[in-house]
Every structure is written in C-alpha cells, then in structure tokens.
Design a binder for this molecule. Structure first.
Ligand SMILES: Cc1cc2nc3c(=O)[nH]c(=O)nc-3n(C[C@H](O)[C@H](O)[C@H](O)COP(=O)(O)OP(=O)(O)OC[C@H]3O[C@@H](n4cnc5c(N)ncnc54)[C@H](O)[C@@H]3O)c2cc1C
Length: 477
C-alpha cells in the first residue's frame, strides 16, 4: 500500500492554516500526503503494511510530541507512534497523526544504579555500546536494530530473559505524554496504575518519550548457531526439545527451519533447500560448563558451528536477523510442553512437504520468564514454555497462499497451544483482533479501566488496541 493509491486513502480535511501553525510550533518535519518526504517519514522496516496518516510529525523531543498530541486531540484525530517500524503489519493506521520518534535518540548510563535512561527512538545497539565499557548489558533481543521502547513495553523477550525475566520486568520509570498532552514521569510511586499498565500495555496510554531500564552485569556470552541440513529436521527438533527440558536458566535458545530461496545471495549449498538452525545464548557468570551443555546438539553433526565465547556487543550475530526492510507476514502462538507428536505436526506442514511457510521457529521460554516480576506489571502468559513464530515473505509468495498456510500450522498446534500470544510477535492480519490473548483476563479488564482514565476517547487506537472500559463513550469496550 502506498500514498499513490487514492482509492484507499483520503486525507482528512485539515485547515492548511492550522497545519502551518503546527509546523511553526514543531522543530521536526510536519508532512501531509502531498508533501515531498511524506513516504520516507512514515516508512518503517515492515513494508507489507505501513501507516498512512493525515499528518506525520518527525518529533525531535518531548515538546514536539506534546504539540502533535494536542493537535490531534483538537481535531479529534487518532495518534499512532512509530519507532523503527518493525511491527506495523496488521495494526498500521489509515489517517490520523503519526509521530515518528527516530530522531529522539540518546542514552545516559547511571553507573551507581546500574540503569540507563533511553530516549524514545533509541535502538538497542546504542544502549549495548554505551553499557559495555561499564561491564553491563541491557535485556535486548535477537536483533539489536530494534527500538528499545516498544520492544520493552510490550514485554521484551531477551537473549538473557530465561535468566533475568522480561525486559518490561526491569523498567524503573517511564516518561509519557498522555492523551491530554501532559508529560508524566511515571514510577511505581507516582502513578502506580499507569506504571503497571504501561509495562505490558505499551502504546495504549500515550507516547513514551523515554524510559529508565536496569542493566545487568553481563559482558560475554557463550553463543552462536548450529546449522543442520533440512533432512535431519525431525531428529534435530526432537533432540532440541528433550535438551531444553534439561538446561539451566542461564541457557536461552531457539530452533528455526528456513527454506532458502534459490538466489545467489545465499551460499550455494543452501540455495533452494531447507536448513535447521539452533541458536544459543548462554549467559552464566562462568562459562566453563558451556561446551558440555551443548554437546547433545553438537553430537547430531551440524554442517556449520559458530558456537564460542563472544562479547555481548556482538550478540546480534547469533540470530543475524536481516537489517533491511521487507514484506513480511507473521503469525504466532504460545505453547506448553511439547513432544514428538508436536514436532511431526509442524514438520508435516512445512517444506519440503509444502511450499510454505518460509520460516518457522520455536523460542524456549520458562526460567525467570515464568516467575512474577519484583514489581507487578501487565505482561501475561508467563506459563508458556515455547514461543512459536511462523514467517513468510511476500516477495516470494502470494498473501492468499501465505495466510492459509500459516493458519494450518497454528491449527495443527492447537493441542499444545496455551491460547496466549506475546504482543511483540503479533504482526499478522489478525493482530488487532488478538490483543486480549496477550493478557491474563483480569489484567486485560484492569488495562481497559486504566485506559478509561488516561485515554477515555481512545486517541491511541492505531495500535494493538485496548479500548477504554465502558464509560458510555462511543469508542469504549
Ligand atoms: C527481526 C526482528 C527480530 C525481533 N526480535 C525480537 C526479540 O528477540 N524479542 C522481542 O521481544 N521482540 C522481537 N521482535 C519484535 C519487536 O520487538 C517488535 O516488533 C517491536 O515492536 C519493534 O519495535 P519498533 O520500534 O520497530 O516498533 P514500531 O513498529 O515502530 O512500533 C510498534 C508499536 O509500538 C508502539 N510504539 C513505538 N514507539 C512508541 C513510543 N515511543 N511510545 C508509545 N508507543 C510506541 C507503536 O504504537 C506501535 O504500535 C523482533 C522483530 C523483528 C522484525
């Protein structure tokens, strides 16, 4: 979808004089669909579906964010927010005001408290770089090119999470501009309800301009990946599942099968074939046990093995997620304990038996993720044992084939599914409808009540929306 598709999108009729007044108030760019630069300003990593706002504001700081929110409110327009734009598929908005935070970067490490204050548009690689000289690391995920704020406030499944819990469990304070245009410094003491709800409820209560997060004493991991030929998939998946039942909480890992396209961008041995990757991030204080721990996987005879000690600053090499934007369709579910029958259920519906999906993966959960955090928050589904993701690329297949293929896989996994989802991985066509499944039912109800206090008109609705509890308002639950 793009701005040259006038059938699908008619910008709201906003008085140009009022837009001019906003331009004068805001330091960053303010662009309408007619303006040059509009498409670049609204673009994110996910190309399958992008926001198409009436107005996009490239915020440079809190004052710009406040101006944009106040403008939206005074025109009864909804507000969307975008960091690095990895998650827009399924929830991208048509119309309204889009606030792009990518200019709002900055990290301040506090060595006495082992924390970092991070501005809204900052990516993990910046925090990792600033924390490393002090022997510290943030709870970043597989791809360090993601923005910190949305990842963290949606939960944040880190390479270190089985040892430390979700990134959202390690937030000290949050600066947020709420729907009334006020900047609030939110802590456990100042706004207990909002502090609880923002950590898990993410963008439903306002635009976050910065957060203060814990750093942990990690400098070096034992990690990397083992790559196996697709022909060994059943054996590798079975062994992997048995192995995850035995590993300590310091061991985080995942297993993925990928179908490689037959193009020169990939090594000849992989082109047009399937490979299974096991990704490892072992984060113990002493790494001596690592080689013994991974032995059962190595014994399967990988065709490539990059396991070894690596500084946390290079942790992005473990998953080596592609840094360039793409047309991606993804679906997800959380799973409980798995057995051989679950492996068969997945593999029977995957290449080479079927042409889709292109990628599917299991990430091992449990450990500290299964325990409540020191300060309660809204992140749900802590009982899940594995995260299942299935991903296909629209450059390589038709969406009308991809969706049924993903659905078939999720249906086959129903016997093992907990019915829950992690907000950060909800990107497919049903993302907007699936929001409840990210929360425990009582917590979802509480989120709607907090929403009714801080955003009664549902100004922040171009997202994984939690509507305000029924207050008689037309947009409420
Ligand atoms: C390659 C890849 C690897 C990934 N790996 C992991 C992983 O290991 N662990 C994990 O947990 N997740 C992972 N994810 C998922 C990722 O965390 C989410 O997609 C996340 O939302 C991406 O952040 P973003 O800034 O790009 O999001 P955007 O698409 O920019 O925004 C996502 C949502 O966050 C909201 N938002 C953004 N900024 C703000 C703000 N300042 N204030 C309020 N709301 C805001 C927006 O309203 C929007 O709805 C991965 C995704 C990809 C594509």
């Amino acid at each position: 979808m793009n701005s040259s598709d006038p059938q699908r999108f008619r910008p709201a009729d906003i008085d140009p004089a009022e837009v001019k007044a906003l331009i004068e108030r805001v330091r960053g760019p303010v662009l309408t669909p007619e303006d040059e630069g509009y498409d670049t300003e609204r673009a994110g990593y996910q190309l399958a579906r992008q926001h198409r706002p009436d107005l996009v504001v490239g915020a440079t700081g809190t004052a710009d964010v406040r101006a944009a929110v106040e403008f939206a409110r005074s025109h009864a327009l909804p507000v969307a927010v975008q960091g690095t734009g990895h998650a827009s598929a399924g929830v991208a908005g048509e119309g309204g005001v889009l606030i792009n935070t990518t200019r709002m970067t900055g990290v301040r490490v506090n060595l006495e408290a082992n924390t970092a204050w991070v501005a809204a548009g900052t990516r993990w690689d910046e925090v990792i770089h600033e924390a490393a000289p002090a022997g510290l690391a943030p709870l970043s995920g597989s791809y360090p090119g993601l923005a910190v704020v949305s990842y963290t406030l949606a939960g944040g499944l880190s390479l270190l999470s089985r040892r430390y819990g979700y990134a959202a469990d390690h937030v000290r304070s949050i600066d947020v501009v709420t729907a009334d245009g006020q900047l609030r410094h939110v802590t456990e003491e100042s706004y207990p309800d909002l502090f609880w709800g923002l950590r898990g409820g993410r963008d439903n209560f306002g635009v976050v301009t910065g957060i203060e997060i814990d750093l942990v004493p990690i400098t070096t991991l034992y990690g990397g990946s083992l790559q196996f030929p697709g022909e060994l998939a059943a054996e590798v998946f079975d062994t992997y599942l048995r192995w995850t039942a035995t590993v300590p909480d310091e061991m985080s890992s995942s297993i993925m099968q990928m179908s490689y396209p037959d193009i020169p961008a990939f090594p000849e041995a992989l082109r047009g074939r399937q490979a299974v990757h096991v990704r490892i991030a072992y984060a113990a204080d002493v790494l001596d046990a690592a080689e013994n721990l991974v032995e059962p996987l190595r014994a399967l005879g990988p065709m490539s093995d990059t396991l070894g000690e690596l500084p946390y600053t290079e942790a992005g090499s473990i998953y080596a997620d592609p840094p360039f934007p793409g047309f991606i369709e993804a679906s997800t579910t959380l799973l409980g304990e798995l057995d051989t029958a679950a492996v068969r259920a997945i593999l029977d519906l995957a290449p080479p038996h079927a042409s889709l999906p292109h990628i599917f993966e299991l990430r091992h959960l449990g450990g500290r993720l299964a325990l409540p955090p020191a300060v309660a928050n809204a992140v749900g589904n802590r009982d899940a044992r594995y995260l299942f993701n299935v991903v296909s690329r629209l450059e390589r297949a038709d969406i009308t084939e991809i969706r049924p293929a993903h659905k078939r896989m999720l249906e086959a996994l129903v016997p093992w599914s907990t019915g829950g989802r992690l907000l950060n991985f909800m990107n497919g066509e049903d993302a907007a409808k699936e929001v409840r499944s990210a929360y425990d039912p009582k917590d979802y109800q509480r989120l709607t009540e907090i929403k009714a206090v801080y955003d009664p008109d549902n100004t922040f609705r171009l997202n994984h929306n939690i509507p305000p509890a029924n207050t008689g308002n037309p947009t409420s639950a």
